[in-house]
Design a protein around this ligand. Structure first.
Ligand SMILES: [Zn+2]
Ligand SMILES: [Zn+2]
Length: 214
């Protein structure tokens, strides 16, 4: 599995093109906008995009999803249904933040704890991780020990919870009970900033590291 990061939107969100190297088929995680840059990178890689995967309903993560889905004629999977109220607000939010106009949409498939998503020969497990938003999910490749965690966890930080229906206690529980058990060696790609490993965050993260009482 090969992961290409394409920072998108004024929020420098890490859109990931995740490629199954055996089949040259790919999934795009969190196409928040700037879809012409995503499409150019897909062409450069010479892969065929099969689906769009969304971690949560914030505009910098899903603002370009519908346009990209239309461009390739592919389905959108995720996030969890509890984020529908965020996706419904996309047109107003993109206007407010000066993003390119985005349509609201309904994903072909809402995701929940225990689901799996597939592209090419690759499978990723879905974990429901509410807190930053009530319908946030993350994607985990057990085979490659890599996770796409959206705005749940960052290198040295955690997601904001001061949005409508954000919840700090839920977020900390999601990180400790859903992410840490996946293993210290797992590399994660956050929605913003550099990648890290769960083990490194358990050692050093000032919000959710081991021994930090939240
Ligand atoms: Zn977010
Ligand atoms: Zn974000």
């Amino acid at each position: 599995m090969k992961v290409i990061l394409v920072p998108v939107t004024p929020f420098q969100q890490n859109c990931s093109i995740v490629i199954c190297e055996a089949t040259q088929r790919a999934a795009v995680v969190d196409p928040g906008g700037d879809i012409e840059r995503i499409i150019a990178e897909v062409e450069r890689q010479g892969v065929s995009v099969e689906k769009i995967l969304l971690t949560h309903g914030h505009l910098d993560h899903c603002g370009g999803a519908k346009a990209l889905a239309n461009h390739y004629g592919i389905p959108i999977e995720g996030p969890h249904r509890e984020d529908a109220f965020w996706i419904d607000q996309l047109p107003a939010q993109t206007e407010r933040f000066g993003f390119a106009n985005a349509e609201a949409f309904t994903p072909e498939r809402w995701l929940d704890e225990g689901d799996t998503v597939q592209f090419g020969d690759e499978t990723m497990e879905v974990r429901f991780c509410p807190g930053h938003t009530p319908g946030h999910v993350i994607f985990f490749s057990r085979k490659h020990e890599v996770a796409f965690v959206g705005d749940v966890l960052f290198a040295g930080s955690i997601g904001r919870t001061d949005f409508p229906r954000g919840n700090h206690a839920d977020l900390v529980r999601s990180i400790r009970e859903k992410l840490w058990p996946l293993g210290d060696d797992v590399t994660f790609v956050p929605g913003h900033g550099p990648a890290s490993t769960f083990g490194e965050e358990r050692r050093t993260n000032p919000y959710v590291g081991d021994g930090v009482t939240a």
